[in-house]
Design a binder for this molecule. Structure first.
Ligand SMILES: [Zn+2]
Length: 542
C-alpha cells in the first residue's frame, strides 16, 4: 500500500520539480543562432550558437537546443566581442561642471554604441577628473549604456597641485602628485595618461613622469601617452614613451600614433622600428591608432607656441593683447601653419567647435579670415587663429596625416584601434568624424575595401587586445563565463558614414549590441536598458 502510494506520486513529484526549476531559471536568457563567431583572439571565424544567462556567456556550441527567453537569428552576420576603446574623451575638457560631462549629458553614448563599442575608457591625453571617484559614481548613478572606466591624467594632477606653470615640481609637490596617482589607482583607474604635447605636461621632465608612472605601475596600471611631438620630434618622443615604461617598470603605450605634417610622413617606419626593438629587449610597449588622415585638438594647443600657452586663460589673452608679444606669437604661429599641423595651407585647418560663435563650426581657417575682411594668405590665417583664441578658443581639425602611415600602424601586430573621439550630442558642433566612425571605418574601409588587415585581426585589435592591455580578463573574447558584451554586424555592409563635412551620421551595418547580457541596441535604436557598469583597474580597493 505504502510503496504503491510512493510510486504513484513519483512522476508527479519530478514533474513539479522540473516545473519549479524551469520557472526560476529558464536555460538561457538569450541565444544567438546561426552565427559566424569571431572570438576576438584573431582565430578564423567558426560557426556556433551563443547562449547568454544573466550577464555572462553561458555556452558556445555548434548547437544549443535548450529553451531560451529570446532568440536572435544572426544568419549572414558576424558575432564578435563588443569593442573596447582605450582612448575616449568621455569627460570633456578641463573645468567642465560635472553635470555637463559628456558621458553624463549623453549617457547612451549613441555614437559609440552604434558602432559596436561596449566599453569606453576615458581620461586620455593627461586630462581626467581629479579625483576620479565622484565622477565614476555620478556616471553609475546616472545609468549609462556602455561600460566605463578611466585613466588618471598627469596634466590634471599637475595643474591641481601647482598650476599651469613652466617649472619642475618641488619635492613636496611631487609627493602630493604621487599621492593623487595612488588615490586614483585605488579608486579604480587603469593607469596614468600623459599628454606631453599639452600645457602643462609639456613643462615636465621625464624624471617627473617616471616617478608618477612607477606609482601607477606598482598598483597594476599602465602608462598611455599622447607623445610630446608628432612632427619633427616624433622619434625622440616615441623613445621617451618607451623610456617611461622601461624606467617606470610598467607597460607603456603610444596613443593615436601618427606623424603630422607632410615633411614627416613615412616616419612611422622608424617609430615602429623603435617599438619592435624595445619589445625585443623586453619592454612592454604598444600603440593605438585611429583610421583618419586628420587630427583634432584646440586651435590654441595646435597653432600657438608653447611659451604663449602657459598659465591661465587670462594670462594667454593678456599676451595676445600686448602688441609686441602678439607679434612674436604671430611669427611662431605662422611657422606652425607652414611646417606643422597646418600642412602649409590654411585650407587644411577646419574649425570644429566654437562655443562663443557656433556658426564658425565646419569652416576652413582661410574662409574665417575672409569673413573677417582679410585675405586667404597664411599671414592672415595665422592672425585669424590668434583672433579665435582671443575670443574664447575653438576646436580644430587638421588634415596632415598620410594614408600610408595610417595603414602601416594599423597593420603592426602591437597596435590596437582606439578612437580619440568624444561622447557626442547628436547634431551639436562639428566634431571629428572619428567619434562616430572609427570602428566601423576600420571594418568597412581597411578590412573590406582596402584589405589592409583581415577581419579577424581587426576584431582582435578592437577587443581582446585592448582588454588584455587594461587587465580586463573577463571581457574582449567570446568564451564561456566571459561577460556578455557582444556585437552583431554584417561584414558586407558595415561602414562609417560620418564625414569631416557632415560628421553627425551614425555608423551602419551593426544590427545588435549586447552589453552585460542586455540588448542595448537593435532595430536601429538604443533600447531602454542602461546596462553599462563602471570598470576598475587592478589597483582598485573595494
Ligand atoms: Zn591626444
Amino acid at each position: 500500500m505504502k510503496s504503491a502510494h510512493s510510486v504513484a506520486w513519483l512522476p508527479l513529484a519530478i514533474g513539479i520539480g522540473l516545473a519549479v526549476l524551469g520557472a526560476q531559471t529558464p536555460p538561457y536568457d538569450l541565444v544567438i543562432r546561426n552565427a559566424r563567431v569571431i572570438d576576438g583572439t584573431g582565430n578564423p571565424w567558426y560557426r556556433a550558437e551563443v547562449g547568454i544567462r544573466g550577464d555572462e556567456i553561458a555556452a558556445i556550441a555548434t548547437r544549443i537546443d535548450a529553451e531560451a527567453r529570446r532568440t536572435i537569428d544572426a544568419a549572414g552576420s558576424v558575432v564578435a566581442p563588443g569593442f573596447i576603446d582605450v582612448h575616449v574623451h568621455a569627460f570633456g575638457g578641463a573645468g567642465q561642471p560635472p553635470s555637463l560631462l559628456p558621458i553624463i549629458e549623453v549617457p547612451t553614448a549613441d555614437n559609440y554604441v552604434r558602432q559596436g563599442v561596449t566599453t569606453l575608457i576615458g581620461g586620455p591625453d593627461g586630462f581626467s577628473p581629479v579625483p576620479i571617484k565622484a565622477t565614476l559614481e555620478l556616471a553609475a548613478k546616472t545609468g549609462i549604456v556602455p561600460n566605463l572606466g578611466t585613466f588618471v591624467g598627469h596634466g590634471s594632477i599637475r595643474s591641481a597641485v601647482f598650476g599651469s606653470v613652466n617649472r619642475m615640481p618641488t619635492l613636496d609637490e611631487l609627493e602630493r602628485m604621487r599621492a593623487l596617482v595612488r588615490e586614483a589607482m585605488r579608486d579604480g583607474a587603469f593607469g596614468l595618461s600623459t599628454g606631453l604635447f599639452y600645457v602643462p605636461a609639456i613643462f615636465s621632465t621625464i624624471d617627473e613622469l617616471v616617478e608618477l608612472a612607477r606609482v601607477a605601475g606598482e598598483m597594476g596600471g599602465i602608462h598611455i601617452s599622447h607623445v610630446r611631438d608628432e612632427e619633427s620630434g616624433v622619434e625622440a618622443s616615441v623613445r621617451e614613451t618607451i623610456a617611461i615604461g622601461e624606467r617606470g617598470g610598467l607597460p607603456t603605450q603610444v596613443t593615436h600614433h601618427k606623424t603630422i605634417g607632410k615633411r614627416w610622413w613615412g616616419k612611422t617606419i622608424d617609430t615602429l622600428r623603435l617599438v619592435d626593438e624595445a619589445r625585443r629587449r623586453g619592454v612592454d610597449v604598444t600603440v593605438d591608432v585611429y583610421p583618419y588622415p586628420a587630427s583634432a585638438t584646440s586651435i590654441s594647443a595646435a597653432l600657438m607656441p608653447t611659451w604663449a600657452q602657459e598659465g591661465t586663460r587670462d594670462d594667454i589673452v593678456k599676451r595676445l593683447r600686448d602688441p609686441a608679444t602678439r607679434r612674436r606669437i604671430l611669427g611662431d604661429t605662422l611657422q606652425i601653419i607652414l611646417d606643422g599641423r597646418g600642412g602649409g595651407d590654411p585650407r587644411t585647418i577646419m574649425v570644429s567647435r566654437c562655443d562663443w560663435n557656433p556658426a564658425l563650426a565646419g569652416k576652413r581657417l582661410d574662409d574665417v579670415a575672409v569673413e573677417r575682411g582679410r585675405s586667404r594668405s597664411v599671414e592672415d590665417a595665422a592672425d585669424t587663429a590668434l583672433w579665435l583664441v582671443e575670443n574664447g578658443d575653438c576646436g580644430g581639425i587638421y588634415f596632415a596625416i598620410s594614408e600610408d602611415d595610417i595603414q602601416r600602424v594599423l597593420r603592426h601586430p602591437a597596435s590596437m584601434v582606439a578612437s580619440d573621439g568624444q561622447v557626442v550630442l547628436f547634431g551639436r558642433a562639428n566634431p571629428h568624424p572619428r567619434s562616430y566612425g572609427t570602428f566601423a571605418r576600420v571594418l568597412g574601409r581597411y578590412v573590406r575595401e582596402l584589405n589592409t588587415l583581415s577581419l579577424e585581426e581587426a576584431i582582435r585589435k578592437m577587443s581582446s587586445y585592448p582588454a588584455q592591455r587594461l587587465g580586463l580578463m573577463d571581457r574582449g573574447v567570446l568564451r564561456e563565463r566571459m561577460k556578455a558584451d557582444i556585437v552583431i554586424f554584417d561584414p558586407a555592409t558595415v561602414r562609417d558614414a560620418a564625414t569631416f563635412e557632415q560628421p553627425h551620421q551614425y555608423a551602419q551595418g551593426v544590427s545588435v549590441v549586447v552589453i552585460n547580457g542586455h540588448v542595448a541596441f537593435e532595430n536601429g535604436t538604443i533600447t531602454a536598458a542602461r546596462p553599462g557598469r563602471i570598470l576598475y583597474g587592478r589597483g582598485y580597493a573595494r
